[in-house]
Design a binder for this molecule. Sequence first.
Ligand code: FAD
Ligand code: UDP
Length: 371
Amino acid sequence: MTPVDVLVAGMGFAGSTSARVLADAGFRVHLVDRRPHIGGNAFDTFDAHGVQVHPYGPHIFHTNATRIAEFLSRFTQWRPYEHRVQAKVGELLLPIPINRTTINRLYGLALDEQGAADFLARAREPRALLATSEDVVLNSVGRDLCEKFYRGYTRKQWGLDLAQLAASVAARIPVRATDDDRYFTDTFQCMPAAGYTTLFERMLDHPLITFETGVGFETMRQAVSFRHLVYTGPIDAYFDHCFGRLPYRSLEFQHEHRPGHALAQPVGTINYPNDFDFTRRTEFRHLTGQQHEGTTLVREYPRAHGEPFYPIPTAGNEALYQRYKARAAATPDVTFVGRLAQYRYYNMDQVVGAALAAAEGLIARLPRRRT
Ligand code: FAD
Ligand code: UDP
């Protein structure tokens, strides 16, 4: 095979973004992914019923970074979509993030915005130090709302109590005294019009880019001559788990198809914080806008073992990651980027941002040898 400048292991947002930026700068890039498709966890496809689905869980794009939206806009058109989620608490379906409507309907009140803010001020248990997710939740909504909306969901999702998880996990979910029931408030909230896989196909469509799927980089590294490796898999696996295994949380997805044109859910996702073994159920057609005779929903069952989907943000895991990070820093011919390689609970836009920065850094220091 023709020598390349850069070999990229993994073809999700981290690997594909890095590859495109490097190719645009004149470097020859080859990518491999051990899975049989491109796109990493953002891969989408059509199921047996013709419904567009996300096999690795529902992916909603949102960002406040103009630069990231502009970069991706080179490869896709967009369909505006604002995600909404309701939580099933008892017999009620209530907006999450908790907002004025949630409080009024849960407690049978008729508070205005100021009233809801006063309610939360009375309910909250102020904490001087927000070290854990429990601190964050109690500090913002107090105990009753914590038990009804957060404790059970978190226990299911992570197999841990809120008090064992870093503050940053629960801090992803805001609390509002307004009626805003959007899950995200980012300035840019859109889905790729033809789907993520099409976006990736266009991103990788470059004369200096070649790729292979269904191939691990461990086998490819012998078969191809390269000057630098961009690695986007789990960082502990790269170093043969030399300091011990970094824990990742996994999920099992159960899909369900229902005939008929009507949508099954009032919003894209319903969360089940207290009942059932699954955390949430998402109906894809809300996200994709697809018109179809039939609808497909997915339930997410958290698992301790399986594909690594989530880094688990605890103090102990962060300390272990820092040891791997130090080894990575001492390995200058490899760039580690992405959710698994940086052990960061990154959204897609954050991964794109990290990959843009990593690739630009690499362009600055990799001697130019146009192949
Ligand atoms: P990945 O997409 O995991 O890609 C890494 C790739 O590397 C994989 O394809 C893997 O097969 C490959 N690989 C690993 N090791 C090797 C090897 N040795 N050789 C070859 N290939 C290898 N983000 C959002 O912004 N919005 C959302 O709504 C959202 N929802 C999510 C829902 C779920 C259930 C999950 C799990 C994540 C969600 N995310 C969401 C996060 C999003 O999936 C990630 O931020 C993003 O996809 C990470 O991209 P990545 O390239 O770092 O990793
Ligand atoms: N969370 C919760 N109840 C909810 C929604 C979220 O307790 O109804 C907590 C839970 O710990 C979850 C975290 O907030 O893991 C982050 O939620 P998010 O929806 O951002 O998770 P993701 O989409 O990344 O799985």
